[in-house]
Design a protein around this ligand. Structure first.
Ligand SMILES: Nc1ncnc2c1ncn2[C@@H]1O[C@H](COP(=O)(O)OP(=O)(O)OP(=O)(O)O)[C@@H](O)[C@H]1O
Ligand SMILES: [Mg+2]
Length: 322
């Protein structure tokens, strides 16, 4: 049984244009399954719907259509106690920890408050032990060095570690890490992603790792399932190694061509450039969403909707070329 199963997810938002409200699908009929203890990568450019989809799995955004199941149970039909358990077990690590950590609370208060709120332990001493253990797990070591510091007294990397510690404290079964290292220097990114990976693997926690940098997914290994999103759709899904060696969708090929530090595997795949930049979701073309930018476009692509098809047991692509 999958830990998280989202089926047929559609999220419709509206953009105000003058007096009119123009609806568009930020997430457009997406399925996502995450097994217990597994890491799944969600890859795509800005505006492709990654955060919206991630938040749907946490019930932070309500889908217009589709269902989300946690441990096989539809979250909309859960009993109160099951729903409470789900919300405790599904945690979010945001992109910008500065915006999400209380500015006038110390690291200690930020972390202790969560434990107290959820009544996880019986005494302050136990709470502080749990806080210290978790801080060590995420590399805030020794904890005493950080406990009394406010967010502004921490470096960007340290703030992100506090934000990860906050999500790990509850020992959740599922974490959505939404571009958790985007705001950090390149030199720090790897260390933080590795910390996150080690911590969640030790707890058998499942992870949805959202990113626009395919290179960051390499820290999770070549077997990691990756979903590539474009304008609200999943255009390709495959294990990372397969995606790098044999990208099928022209959009994935373009993403891999754009990897700045030449990866030998990526170099082997042909260079591919797309025309223009992603359109506004309001001007998504009919047929395939990439049809106005794709060098291989045919008449069929401009007219017919394209669905995700299995090319092999683990490799799916939504493209009329296959
Ligand atoms: N609450 C909202 N109301 C209206 N439109 C929204 C809302 N939230 C997101 N959008 C729009 O939905 C689309 C998808 O947004 P989303 O934040 O999910 O993308 P993303 O892939 O996470 O992008 P980024 O890499 O910039 O974080 C975007 O066009 C965005 O502007
Ligand atoms: Mg986002």
């Amino acid at each position: 049984m999958s830990l998280i199963e989202a089926k047929g997810i559609v999220v419709t938002f509206a953009i105000r244009k003058g007096l009119k409200k123009l609806p568009f699908n930020a997430v457009d009929n997406v399925d996502l399954e995450i097994e217990q203890g597994m890491i799944v990568g969600l890859l795509g450019e800005s505006g492709s719907g990654k955060t919206t989809l991630g938040k749907v799995t946490l019930d932070l955004v309500k889908p217009t259509k589709g269902i989300v199941k946690f441990m096989g149970k539809d979250i909309r039909k859960m009993y109160k106690e099951d729903y409470r358990k789900y919300r405790l077990n599904a945690q979010y690590v945001p992109q910008d920890p500065y915006a999400s950590l209380h500015p006038f609370k110390t690291t200690k208060d930020i972390l202790m408050d969560i434990i107290k709120y959820h009544k996880l332990v019986h005494s302050d001493k136990e709470a502080l032990e749990l806080v210290s253990d978790t801080m060590i797990k995420v590399g805030l070591n020794p904890p005493e060095k950080y406990l009394n510091k406010y967010p502004f007294q921490l470096s960007g990397g340290e703030r992100q570690r506090v934000s990860i510690a906050r999500a790990l404290l509850l020992k959740p079964m599922y974490i959505v890490a939404d571009e958790p290292v985007t705001m950090l220097d390149a030199s720090l990114k790897g260390a933080i992603v590795s910390t996150l990976k080690n911590a969640i693997q030790a707890m058998r926690t499942s992870l949805l790792f959202i990113t626009h940098e395919i290179t960051l997914l390499q820290y999770f290994g070549s077997q990691t399932k990756v979903l590539v999103m474009y304008l609200g759709r999943v255009v390709e899904q495959a294990p990372l190694g397969e995606l790098l060696q044999n990208p099928l969708h022209p959009y994935t090929q373009a993403l891999i061509s754009a990897i700045p530090v030449a990866d030998p595997k990526a170099r082997a795949s042909r260079k591919l450039l797309l025309r223009g930049s992603p359109p506004s979701p309001l001007s998504k073309p009919p047929g395939c969403p990439l049809s106005d930018r794709c060098p291989f476009v045919t008449e069929k692509c401009r007219k017919e909707e394209v669905v995700l098809k299995a090319i092999s047991s683990k490799h799916l692509v939504a493209c009329h070329l296959y």
